[in-house]
Design a binder for this molecule. Structure first.
Ligand code: NDP
Ligand code: OXD
Length: 316
């Protein structure tokens, strides 16, 4: 019999979601989200978790492999539990596609002034706005990993000028790439700033008023624009609000927030030219999660190199 895996993933069988069925090739599953508890937590060798409580991780004394059900792993480090086993993060082409759809949608929303046109429509106003070409807009992406690189190439295909910034400098055809020490020059040429960074000590509150004030304005549309699909802890929301009020920023799109769900009294809800989504830019499919976990366990048991290994020192 296969070694069981512990998971904490919610899915809704009443809506036809088959969850992990087949994905794990018959591996026994304890799903805490479905109240399926193991008799003995210390016997669990493999776990696939989304937002585990500290107490749960501390109970897993026999753990050999931990898999994050998200592409981000900040929720695991935030428990404060020191991990002595390999930690993997989930990636999947479907998740990447969904994030890139969201990023392209937001860039097009701001390019084509969707917010303003929606207002006109509500008020039955027939009025045209300036229509700059995508090639006149510089989109700068902070974070050129799995998601950032794919978004860069798709935005390029839509006609935007695209640049990217990452800790280690990348070389991507058609994209202007900048390394860690070149942040200011990268920002000075960016009209639409896209955040696709993990939350780590170094990226905490990186999106602040000082950074926004280094972005480039555009003559024809409300800009600069800030778009964040990475993590809310990388942004200072009070700075986003004051930068919008003081016209340092002209537009915002956020999928992630300092506190989730976003509190009803947050002024972000009422900002002009702003698009908010509830951390739904890119959901992970449960079936794909199961397949990823099964593949990694099989690799682990065969002594093959693991995929998406997280560097605990870097925090991503
Ligand atoms: P990757 O680990 O593949 O990429 C991270 C990128 O950020 C890399 O290019 C890395 O640089 C760069 N980076 C990290 N730290 C720094 C730093 N201090 N300075 C400059 N660059 C840095 O992650 P993904 O692309 O897969 O995902 C990014 C994040 O998106 C996730 O961590 C998660 O938080 C978020 N996410 C949000 C979702 C949502 O629904 N809103 C869904 C999925 C993910 P280098 O290449 O040099 O290592
Ligand atoms: C993730 C997320 O990290 O959904 O995958 O935010």
């Amino acid at each position: 019999m296969k070694t069981p895996i512990l998971v904490d993933i919610n899915f809704d069988p009443s809506r036809g979601d088959k969850g992990f069925a087949n994905g794990m090739n018959g591996r026994p599953i304890y799903n805490l989200a479905m109240s399926q508890e193991p008799d003995d937590y210390s016997s669990i060798k493999y776990a696939l978790v989304w937002r585990p409580q500290e107490a749960l991780l501390r109970k897993l004394t026999g753990l050999e492999l931990l898999i994050s059900a998200g592409a981000g792993v900040d929720h695991i480090f935030e428990t404060g539990v020191e991990l002595n086993v390999p930690l993997l993060r989930f990636t999947d082409p479907n998740l990447t596609n969904r994030m890139c759809e969201w990023v392209c949608l937001q860039c097009l929303n701001h390019l084509r002034q969707t917010y303003q046109y929606n207002k006109f429509q509500k008020n039955k106003i027939w009025q045209e706005l300036p229509q700059p070409d995508a090639s006149q807009i510089n989109v700068g992406i902070m974070g050129l990993g799995t998601l950032g690189k794919d978004a860069a190439l798709k935005l390029k295909a839509l006609g935007f000028r695209v640049s990217g910034w990452s800790r280690t400098k990348k070389h991507i055809d058609g994209i202007d790439c900048f390394g860690e020490s070149e942040l200011d020059v990268f920002l000075s040429n960016t009209n639409f700033l896209v955040g696709l960074l993990p939350h780590t000590k170094l990226t905490q509150e990186i999106f602040n008023r000082e950074l926004f004030s280094k972005l480039k304005k555009h003559a024809d549309i409300a800009s600069p624009v800030f778009i964040n699909g990475g993590r809310g802890a990388s942004q200072i929301e009070a700075d986003i609000i004051s930068s919008m009020n003081d016209r340092i920023l002209g537009g915002v799109s956020l999928d992630v927030f300092e506190n989730e769900p976003l509190p009803a009294n947050s002024p972000l809800w009422d900002l002009e030219n702003t698009f908010l989504t509830p951390h739904s830019a890119a959901n992970s499919s449960v079936a794909a999660l199961g397949k990823f976990a099964e593949r990694q366990i099989e690799r682990f048991e065969s002594g093959l190199p693991l995929e998406n290994l997280v560097d605990p020192k870097m925090g991503y």
